[in-house]
Ligand binder design. Structure first.
Ligand SMILES: NC(=O)c1ccc[n+]([C@@H]2O[C@H](COP(=O)([O-])OP(=O)(O)OC[C@H]3O[C@@H](n4cnc5c(N)ncnc54)[C@H](OP(=O)(O)O)[C@@H]3O)[C@@H](O)[C@H]2O)c1
Length: 203
C-alpha cells in the first residue's frame, strides 16, 4: 500500500518505519524540506510536501499537532480519500475539540480515528504486546473500505484492530485519551480501571 504521512515528526517516524518494514511504501511530509528529507532518509521513506504526500497515499495519515492541522489540510485533495487521524486536541488533560469530526467536515475525506490512545514509544515496539496480549487498536470510521485499509495497517504493527464504531464514536476515543492523561498525571495505571471482558456485565 502507498501511505502518505502529513507530518515528519515522532508519530510519522514511528508508524511510518513500522509500515515500511511491513512492505508498504511511505512518503512523509513537512514544512521544512531539509528536515523532512533528513528524517525520511533515516526511515527509508520518500520525502515530499504536504500536497505530494496527500496525492501519494492510498491511505493518508494526519500526524501533526492539532493546532496546526487546519493549516496543513487547507486545500489538499482529500475528498473521498482515506484519511487516518491520530491527533489529540488535548491540553492540560482537557479535550479542546472533536478533531476527527472536524477534519471530516473540512476535508470531505473518509476519516478513520486510530492510533491516538498510546504514546509514540508504544508504536515503535515490535510488536506492542503487554502481559502476553497484543495491543488492541480501536478504529472509528463510517466508510467500510477506509476502515478495512486501516485494519490492515493495524495488523501490520502486530496489533489487533477493534471495531470502534462509526465516526461519531471518534470523539469518545479522543475524550478517553484526555481522561487517561489525567489519570497518568496522578501516577495511576489507567489500564487497571477496566475489568476483563467476562466481568463487564457483572461476571
Ligand atoms: N507523540 C505521541 O506520543 C503521540 C501519540 C498519539 C498521538 N499523537 C498525535 O500525533 C500528532 C503528531 O504528534 P508527534 O508526536 O508526531 O508531533 P511532532 O513530533 O511534534 O511532529 C509534528 C509534525 O508537525 C509539524 N508541524 C509543527 N508545526 C507545524 C505547522 N505550524 N505547520 C505545519 N507543520 C507543522 C512538525 O514539523 P517541524 O518538525 O518542522 O516542527 C512535525 O513534522 C499530534 O496531533 C499528537 O497529538 C502523538
Amino acid at each position: 500500500m502507498r501511505i502518505g504521512i502529513l507530518g515528519a515528526g515522532d508519530m510519522a517516524d514511528a508508524l511510518g518505519t513500522r509500515w515500511i518494514k511491513a512492505g508498504h511504501e511511505v512518503m512523509i511530509s513537512g514544512r521544512d524540506p531539509e528536515k523532512t528529507r533528513a528524517r525520511a532518509a533515516g526511515m527509508d521513506a520518500a520525502a515530499g510536501t504536504f500536497r505530494q504526500a496527500a496525492e501519494f497515499g492510498e491511505v493518508v495519515l494526519l500526524a501533526v499537532r492539532h493546532d496546526t492541522a487546519d493549516e496543513v489540510l487547507e486545500g489538499l485533495p482529500l475528498r473521498g480519500r482515506t484519511l487516518v487521524d491520530c491527533t489529540n486536541a488535548v491540553e492540560d488533560g482537557r479535550l479542546l475539540r472533536d478533531m476527527a469530526a472536524h477534519i471530516a467536515r473540512d476535508t470531505g475525506a473518509h476519516v478513520v480515528k486510530a492510533f491516538n490512545l498510546c504514546h509514540v514509544d508504544v508504536w515503535r515496539m515490535t510488536p506492542p504486546v503487554f502481559g502476553g496480549r497484543p495491543l488492541a487498536v480501536p478504529l472509528s470510521g463510517d466508510d467500510a473500505g477506509a476502515v478495512a485499509a486501516v485494519r490492515e495497517l493495524v495488523g501490520d504493527l502486530g496489533c489487533v484492530p477493534v471495531d470502534g464504531g462509526g465516526l461519531e464514536r471518534a470523539a469518545l476515543a479522543e475524550a478517553t485519551m484526555a481522561f487517561m492523561v489525567g489519570l497518568w498525571a496522578t501516577g495511576a495505571d489507567a489500564q487497571a480501571i477496566v475489568p476483563p471482558l467476562e466481568y463487564v456485565t457483572g461476571g
